[in-house]
Design a protein around this ligand. Structure first.
Ligand SMILES: O=P(O)(O)OC[C@H]1O[C@](O)(COP(=O)(O)O)[C@@H](O)[C@@H]1O
Ligand SMILES: [Mg+2]
Ligand SMILES: [Mg+2]
Length: 335
């Protein structure tokens, strides 16, 4: 597909391969693009439109919600719930799955989303984003159940994120590679700028919140110690470190120049009864699909994320993803 193609045309072209394609998938991607453009506009205006700061409420994860968490969630629902492309929605910011209004036409897809990723960075003007995962809905079911959403990541028909940074970019996979589109604000279209991304298999850049080091399991301690030991250590090369605290921005950097990102399990999280920090259904699964389609790898440290059988909508998992050889090495240390 030639660089500069609009997102809509890209999707239409990619759907030609499917004889039964009805245009519904293209319609859904357009709904998501509209929602992301609206959120991008708000993020860009920040204090000018009073969207910074906390909302004064908590989500099901017990996290203080930011105003933009709540507003982005509403924008996504408004853009997706009425156009007949979905049968159900689930979000980081909603305890239960969202049942469409009675009069809303039902569609073939289910969408799980993190409306605003990197919430701790909203008020300090650092890149944030939106992450989404698309599954097939059970045919003929007006109100899909929670179980209908709890499908392994391998069953995603598409996944993507929109990064609200110096430029706004949509990164998408439909299982035929990973592609990047940049928003041209002048005429409001996402245009293809990077096609068929390939992540280098090796890297000398890791991303982890090192303030949690004393709580990590031994394999992670060992891996990071070896990186920090640099060229005089067992790895024989120096490593650099990054931590933006927005998963979307970390993954985008890795798609762009390689790297390994991890939010491992740690005893601090376990002491709160948590099985990780990041959520499987609308953070780990979509990012794992995007990374694998770009030649990278994504595990929990112990198993492939996409093969996991989900148990709950807001289930948390450890995440290790990025350049294949480094992810394989760290995963190997756990075995
Ligand atoms: O605060 P920490 O420990 O650095 O964690 C940062 C991580 O938490 C997240 O912000 C969690 O996502 P949300 O902002 O959507 O809740 C990730 O984007 C990021 O990788
Ligand atoms: Mg998030
Ligand atoms: Mg979020």
């Amino acid at each position: 597909m030639h660089i500069g193609t609009t997102l809509t045309n890209f999707i239409i072209e990619s759907q030609r391969k499917f004889s039964g394609a009805t245009g519904e998938f293209t319609g859904l991607l357009n709904d998501i693009a509209v929602a992301c453009k609206k959120i991008s506009d708000l993020v860009n205006k920040g204090d000018l439109v009073g969207i910074l700061g906390t909302a004064g409420s908590e989500n099901v994860q017990g996290e203080q919600q930011k105003k933009l968490d709540v507003i982005s969630n509403e924008i996504f629902i408004e853009a997706l719930a009425h156009n007949g492309h979905v049968a159900g929605l689930a979000s980081e910011e909603m305890d239960e799955i969202y049942e469409l209004p009675k009069q809303a036409p039902r569609g073939k897809y289910l969408v799980l989303f993190d409306p605003l990723d990197g919430s701790s960075n909203i008020d300090v003007n650092v890149s944030v984003g939106t992450i989404f995962s698309i599954l097939k809905a059970p045919p003929g079911v007006d109100n899909p159940s929670t179980e209908d959403f709890l499908k392994p990541g391998t069953e995603q028909v598409a996944a993507g994120y929109c990064l609200y940074g110096p430029s706004t970019m949509m990164v998408l996979t439909t299982g035929q590679g990973t592609n990047m589109f940049t928003l041209d604000r002048d005429f409001g279209e996402f245009l293809l700028t990077h096609s068929d991304i390939q992540i280098p298999e090796d890297t000398q850049e890791f991303a982890v919140n090192a303030s949690n080091m004393r709580f990590w399991e031994e394999p992670v301690q060992r891996y990071i110690d070896e990186c920090l030991a640099g060229k005089d250590g067992p790895r024989g090369k120096d490593f650099n470190m990054r931590w933006i605290a927005s998963m979307v921005a970390e993954v985008h950097r890795i798609l762009t120049r390689g790297g390994i990102f991890m939010y491992p399990l740690d005893s601090k999280l376990q002491s709160k009864g948590q099985t990780g920090k990041l959520r499987l259904m609308y953070e780990a699964n979509p990012m794992a699909f995007i990374i694998e389609q770009a030649g990278g790898a994504a595990t929990t440290g112990r198993e492939r994320i996409l093969s996991m059988s989900p148990a709950a909508i807001h289930q948390r998992v450890p995440v290790v993803l990025g350049s294949k050889n480094e992810v394989d090495r760290l995963t190997g240390y756990h075995h």
